[in-house]
Design a protein around this ligand. Structure first.
Ligand code: C2E
Ligand code: CA
Ligand code: CA
Length: 710
C-alpha cells in the first residue's frame, strides 16, 4: 500500500505476513466512509493519494483528483473557506502539529458539503515540509443539526432577550446565574451582568420581608414550583416594587438540583390599585381613619402582639356628647368639619403605634397597645378629654364639644375582639350616665349591673303581659286658690310577691328597649280613665298630667294614638296634659316643634318637664306651643342652701309668664320654699309639702274631701 508516496520504495518484499497486513489496511482504507489522502503542500493541494472514499465525499473519482487530473482539491474547497483552511494548515506545518479543520467543499453535483479534515504534515530528512496526509469526513449531517440547534437557540435567546417579563435562573444558595435584560431593567440595573454581579444575596438585597427567600425556596421544594408568588422587593436604588414570580426547579439527568428558573412580573401598578381599593373599603372617606371593617383586624393584631409581649391593650370607645345637636342644628357641613377636627385631635393624643378608628357617626374607637400598667390609661384619657373639649372653631364660630369614653382592657375584660368592643361600649354608656365628659373603665361590677339589666328587661316584657303596672297620682295645687288643680300620673311596677318598683329603676330600660311605647299607651289610657271618673264623681273637670318619654314622643303616630285614647275614654282633650322633658329636644328641634304643634291641634295641654336642666335654649322657647313650664325640683330643693337659685326661679317665672305660660314648681317640700315661690308669683306647686304621689284611692279621698291649702 501507498500510504506515503515519499516512501515509494516500501515495496513489500518481506514475508507473506506483512503482505497480508498491507492487504488488510488497503481494504480498510478503501472501505472507509472517508477520504484518506496524501497531498503535496502546494497551491493546489495536489493529491498524490486518494482513497476510494473520495467518490462518495466529493463526487469525483480518486483519479480525477490525483495530480489534479480533472480538478484540484484547492478548487473543490469552498471558495470562502480556502484561506481559512490554508492558514490553519500553514500554522500546523510551522509548529509541526496535527490539525483539525471544519470547512465546506463543493461536491461534483454542485452541492455544498461540510467536511472535517484531520491530518498532519510530513517532513523530509532535512526537516522540510514534504506533504500532508490525513482523513476527510463528511459532517454535513452533524453540521445541519448544529445549525438547527443554533437557530432554535437564537430564537429562544431572542425571546429571552426581548421578553417583557423578567426571566431568571438562580442557584439554590441565592445567587443569580442568568437574567434577561427585562429583569435587569425591572430591578433598576443597567444590564443583566450588572444585576448578576451586584445582587449576590437575594434574601438580603432583594426581598423586603425577612425570610421571604426561604418561603420561596420552601414553596418551590414542597410543590416543585411556585406560582404567583407575590413579594415586595428592593430595586437597585432602594425604592420598592411589587413582583409576582413563577418558578420551577431544574435538575440534571441524575436528579441533582441545578437551579431554580422562572419569570418575574412587576405588579406594582395592580397592587397600588388593589391597595387603593382596599384603602377605600377599609377607611373612612371623611376622616381617612380606618373604619369598622378594619377594626377587628387591627384589634386581633394588637391581641397577638400583647400575647407575645405579655402586656395589655386598652380599647377605648369614644362618643362625642353634643355632636348630634350641632349636626342637626348647624348643618352637616359643620358636622363634617367637626368630625374631621375631632379625628385629628384624637389621633394626636395617641402614639403612632396606636390605632384610631371611626366607627361611624360620632363614634370612635382607639386601640392603645403596650400597656404595662392600667394606670397608664388614665393619662391618655385625660389627654383625650382635654383635647376634645377645647373650643373648636368652624366658620368663625366656636363650638364646644366633649366626649364620653368607655374602656375595656385586654385580657381582663375579654379575650376576643367582639367582647372587648361590647364591654368598652357599655362602659361608654356608664360614662354618659355619669354626666358625660368623662371616661369609665369596664369592670366586672359593671358587667354584673348589665346582667341585672338584661334580667330586668326580660321581667319588664312579662310585666306588660301580666298587667303588673299601676299608677300613683301626685296632686298639683294652685297658689292663688290653694285648691287642687289636677294631678300627675306616676307609674309604679308591682311584680307579684316583690316590693313596689320606682320608675327610676325601669323607665330608662323601657325607653332603651322600646317597651316604653306599650307602657306609655297603658299609662295614657289608665290616666285618662281616672280623670274621666273623677270628673263624673266630683262634677268638675279634673286635669291629669302624663309623662311622655323621648322615645314615645318621637313615635310618628303619637297624636293619632292620643286622639283615639281620648275618644275611647271620653275625656275632654283639655283635661290631658303631656309632660315632655327638655332632653327630648336634643335630637331634632324642628321635628320637636312640629310634633308639639300636631299635639296642640288635638287640644291637649303641653308642659316642659324638668325645666332648667336640659339643653333647650331660651331662644327656642318662644317657638314652643307650651302651656306650662315645670321648674325642676333641683332649683327648689336647694333654695335654702343656695340662695342664688332664688334669682333663677324668679327669672324662669317671669320668662314663662311673659310667654303666656303657667309656671309650676315641683319638689316643694318645705314651708320656706312654699312661701318664697308664692311670693314671686309662681302659679302652681307640686311636692311632698302638700302630698306625696298617692295610690288611686288616696287621690280620690283627697279630691273628694278637698280642703284648702293654707
Ligand atoms: P318626674 O316627672 O320629674 O316626676 C317627679 C318625681 O319627683 C316623681 O318621682 C315624684 O315622686 C318625685 N317627687 C314629687 N314630689 C317630690 C318632693 O317633694 N320631693 C322629692 N324629692 N321628690 C318628689 P317618681 O314617681 O319616682 O318618678 C320619677 C320619674 O319617672 C319621673 O320624674 C318621670 O320622669 C318618670 N316617670 C314616672 N312615671 C312615668 C310614666 O308614666 N311615663 C314616663 N315616661 N315616665 C314616668
Ligand atoms: Ca313629670
Ligand atoms: Ca320633673
Amino acid at each position: 500500500m501507498n500510504l506515503s508516496s515519499s516512501k515509494t520504495n516500501i515495496q513489500i518484499t518481506a514475508d507473506s505476513f506483512v503482505d497480508d497486513r498491507l492487504q488488510m489496511l488497503e481494504n480498510l482504507v478503501g472501505n472507509m466512509d472517508a477520504l484518506v489522502y496524501c497531498n503535496l503542500y502546494d497551491e493546489f493541494w495536489t493529491m498524490i493519494f486518494a482513497s476510494a472514499g473520495c467518490k462518495d465525499l466529493t463526487g469525483y473519482n480518486p483519479n480525477d483528483l490525483i495530480f489534479n487530473n480533472l480538478i484540484s482539491y484547492e478548487k473543490i474547497t469552498f471558495e470562502k473557506d480556502r484561506k481559512m483552511v490554508r492558514d490553519k494548515i500553514d500554522e500546523a506545518v510551522k509548529l509541526g502539529t496535527r490539525f483539525e479543520i471544519e470547512y465546506r467543499i463543493q461536491h461534483a453535483n454542485g452541492s455544498i458539503i461540510w467536511v472535517s479534515e484531520r491530518g498532519n504534515p510530513i517532513y523530509n530528512d532535512q526537516g522540510q515540509i514534504h506533504a500532508i496526509k490525513g482523513l476527510i469526513q463528511n459532517i454535513t449531517k452533524r453540521k445541519n443539526i448544529e445549525q438547527s440547534l443554533r437557530d432554535t437557540e437564537s430564537r429562544y435567546r431572542s425571546i429571552f432577550e426581548n421578553a417583557i417579563e423578567g426571566i431568571f435562573q438562580t442557584s439554590p444558595n441565592g445567587r443569580y446565574l442568568m437574567v434577561n435584560p427585562a429583569l435587569a431593567r425591572m430591578y433598576g440595573y443597567n444590564s443583566p451582568e450588572d444585576l448578576i454581579s451586584a445582587l449576590n444575596n437575594i434574601q438580603q438585597q432583594l426581598y423586603v420581608a425577612s425570610g421571604r427567600r426561604e418561603e420561596f425556596v420552601q414553596a418551590i421544594e414542597n410543590h416543585q414550583n411556585v406560582q404567583n408568588f407575590e413579594s415586595l422587593v428592593y430595586k437597585k436604588d432602594g425604592s420598592t416594587i411589587w413582583i409576582s414570580e413563577n418558578a420551577r426547579m431544574v435538575y440534571d439527568e441524575v436528579g441533582v438540583l441545578l437551579y431554580y428558573e422562572g419569570t418575574v412580573e412587576d405588579i406594582t401598578a395592580r397592587k397600588s390599585y388593589d391597595a387603593q381599593l382596599e384603602h377605600q373599603a377599609t377607611h373612612d372617606s371623611l376622616t381617612g381613619l380606618p373604619n369598622r371593617y378594619m377594626l377587628n383586624d387591627r384589634l386581633q393584631q394588637c391581641i397577638n402582639f400583647a400575647d407575645r409581649y405579655k402586656n395589655k391593650i386598652a380599647v377605648a370607645f369614644i362618643d362625642l356628647d353634643q355632636f348630634k345637636l350641632i349636626n342637626d342644628s348647624m348643618g352637616h357641613e359643620v358636622g363634617d368639619q367637626l368630625l374631621l377636627i375631632m379625628s385629628q385631635r384624637l389621633s394626636s393624643c395617641v402614639r403612632e403605634i396606636d390605632t384610631v378608628v371611626r366607627l361611624g357617626g360620632d363614634e370612635f374607637v382607639i386601640l392603645i397597645t403596650n400597656i404595662d400598667n392600667v394606670n397608664d390609661i388614665s393619662l391618655s384619657m385625660q389627654r383625650i378629654l382635654t383635647s376634645v373639649a377645647e373650643p373648636c372653631m368652624i366658620n368663625e364660630l366656636d363650638y364646644l364639644v366633649t366626649c364620653s369614653v368607655g374602656i375595656s382592657i385586654y385580657p381582663d375584660d375579654g379575650v376576643e375582639p367582639n367582647a372587648l368592643l361590647k364591654n368598652a361600649d357599655s362602659a361608654m354608656y356608664k360614662a354618659k350616665k355619669a354626666g358625660r365628659n368623662n371616661y369609665q373603665i369596664y369592670t366586672k361590677a359593671l358587667n354584673k349591673a348589665l346582667t341585672e339589666r338584661v334580667m330586668m328587661e326580660y321581667k319588664l316584657r312579662l310585666a306588660i303581659e301580666h298587667d303588673e303596672f299601676l299608677l300613683y297620682y301626685q296632686p298639683k295645687v294652685d297658689f292663688a286658690t290653694g285648691l287642687i288643680s289636677g294631678a300627675e300620673a306616676l307609674i309604679r311596677w308591682q311584680p307579684p310577691g316583690e316590693e313596689l318598683i320606682e320608675p327610676m329603676r325601669f323607665i330608662q330600660i323601657a325607653e332603651e328597649t322600646g317597651l316604653i311605647e306599650k307602657i306609655g299607651e297603658w299609662v295614657l289610657t289608665t290616666a285618662c280613665k281616672k280623670a274621666k271618673e273623677l270628673k263624673e264623681k266630683t262634677g268638675r273637670p279634673f286635669p291629669i298630667a302624663v309623662n311622655v318619654s323621648p322615645r314615645q314622643f318621637r313615635q310618628p303616630n303619637l297624636a293619632e294614638t292620643i286622639k283615639q285614647i281620648l275618644e275611647a275614654t271620653e275625656l275632654d282633650s283639655d283635661c290631658l296634659e303631656l309632660e315632655i322633658t327638655e332632653s327630648t329636644l336634643i335630637d331634632d328641634a324642628a321635628k320637636f316643634i312640629e310634633t308639639l304643634h300636631s299635639l296642640k291641634k288635638i287640644g291637649v295641654k303641653l308642659a316642659i318637664d324638668d325645666f332648667g336642666t336640659g339643653y333647650s335654649s331660651l331662644a327656642y322657647l318662644k317657638d314652643f306651643p307650651i302651656d306650662r313650664l315645670k321648674i325642676d325640683k333641683a332649683f327648689v330643693s336647694s333654695l335654702e342652701k343656695d340662695p342664688a337659685n332664688m334669682a333663677i326661679l324668679k327669672a324662669i317665672i317671669v320668662l314663662g309668664q311673659s310667654l303666656g305660660m303657667k309656671v309650676i314648681a315641683e319638689g316643694v317640700e318645705t314651708g320656706y320654699q312654699y312661701d318664697y315661690l308664692k311670693s314671686i308669683g309662681c302659679d302652681e306647686l307640686q311636692g311632698y309639702y302638700f302630698s306625696k304621689p298617692l295610690p288611686e284611692i288616696g287621690l280620690e279621698a283627697l279630691v273628694m274631701n278637698q280642703s284648702k291649702l293654707k
